[in-house]
Design a protein. Structure first.
Length: 369
């Protein structure tokens, strides 16, 4: 298994790690089998979280016999120092059956408000720093879906790693965050690598019910697509190749079976970069033309209830990625559309990218309506 250096931690981690969400739906025996198999195939980076159901417990049980040969990353969702130390870290140590955690991450830091709360003197970061001083954790990381906020976080020099989405449809991290993280030597872990997989998929009825999704829909960004058949496998592999071609350290697809592990590793084991044809096909290195929404969320809530980031994202899907039929099917399902906008301009006042949000919304309405 190819290894990459995880930023200033100096840890040599497998280029494909193990995402611990899907094993929630597996039995204890099935989950442990998949985790152990991933280790046997060369994966040494295992990601889970305190609030991923029983994922921590399953990962801990599977890896207790090889604890010193793997790196375990988990997360705390608590926002205050007291809660993170008591309900977050202590329970994770018990669940994982270990006396230390290699990497503990603040979970889901997606807004400026939450970021300021966890960074304050009574915030969760203070608990993690104390735990590190006591030898309970080795490194501190941050996770979230908003590159705008995460860029501010790694600029504080408090974090050793950053966990962020990157996939064919969500390229926001490639704009500035990845280069900034490499500049300050922060390790880069990628989640939701399979998001999009180049097109909507047909979900089996049982799977759709489990996920709470329509039978025909865009795959959830955290979903690995192998179980959708041959077409899904090919899409998943293309998506993984797209992400691995970036200057990142490890990618953590979610696995629920040994077949899915094999599928991902068939890409990782021989990956040497994208071919020129692949780069052209996925428009590698390209971002949507300006102006485009980065979905930082600063503009919401809208006083008129308009779902601004969602609408502008679908506009990008429609124009930049040529996903026309699906986006036009989704738009009428929104409870509040662009025609509800009173043009109060609060969104434009709050936008950190100074976008002409109102005119962008109107243009998107013409495309999608």
């Amino acid at each position: 298994m190819q290894k990459r250096r995880l930023g200033r931690t100096e840890l040599q981690v497998s280029v494909v790690g193990f995402g611990g969400i899907p094993i929630i739906s597996a039995s204890r025996d099935e989950a442990e089998k998949v985790v152990k198999y991933a280790f046997e195939r060369g994966i040494n980076y295992f990601d889970t979280a305190r609030n991923y159901g029983d994922s921590e417990e399953k990962v801990g049980a599977a890896l207790k016999g090889v604890r010193d040969e793997v790196f375990i990353a988990t997360k705390v969702l608590q926002r205050t120092k007291k809660d993170a130390a008591r309900a977050g870290l202590k329970q994770s140590l018990r669940n994982l059956q270990t006396d230390r955690i290699d990497l503990l991450q603040l979970h889901g830091i997606d807004s400026q408000e939450v970021f300021e709360k966890v960074m304050g003197p009574d915030g969760a970061l203070a608990a993690l720093k104390e735990a590190k001083a006591q030898g309970q954790i080795d490194y501190i990381g941050i996770s979230g879906h908003n590159p705008h906020v995460l860029a501010k976080a790694i600029g504080t020099e408090e974090f050793d790693t950053v966990l962020v989405p990157l996939n064919i449809l969500d390229r926001r991290a490639s704009e500035t965050l990845i280069s900034l993280a490499n500049e300050v030597d922060v390790g880069i872990v990628i989640m939701k690598a399979m998001g999009g997989c180049l097109g909507p998929l047909e979900y089996p009825q049982r799977e759709a019910r489990f996920l709470g999704r329509p039978e025909r829909d865009w795959p959830d960004a955290s979903e690995f697509a192998v179980h959708f058949g041959k077409e899904g496998i090919e899409r998943a592999q293309r998506s993984l190749r797209f992400v691995l071609a970036h200057d990142v350290d490890t990618v953590i697809p979610g696995f629920r079976s040994t077949d899915e592990v094999d599928c991902a590793l068939s890409v990782a084991d021989h990956f040497e970069g994208l071919t020129p044809d692949e780069k052209r096909a996925c428009r590698f290195g390209e971002l949507p033309p300006e102006p485009f929404c980065r979905e930082c969320g600063a503009c919401i809530p809208c006083p008129d209830g308009v779902e601004i980031p969602t609408i502008l994202r679908w506009g990008t899907y429609n124009t930049f990625f040529d996903i026309k039929k699906w986006t036009r099917e989704q738009y009428p399902k929104l409870r509040t559309r662009v025609n509800s906008c009173t043009e109060c301009a609060e969104c434009e006042k709050k936008c950190p990218y100074h976008l002409p949000v109102i005119s962008m919304l109107k243009a998107t309405e013409k495309i999608l309506a």
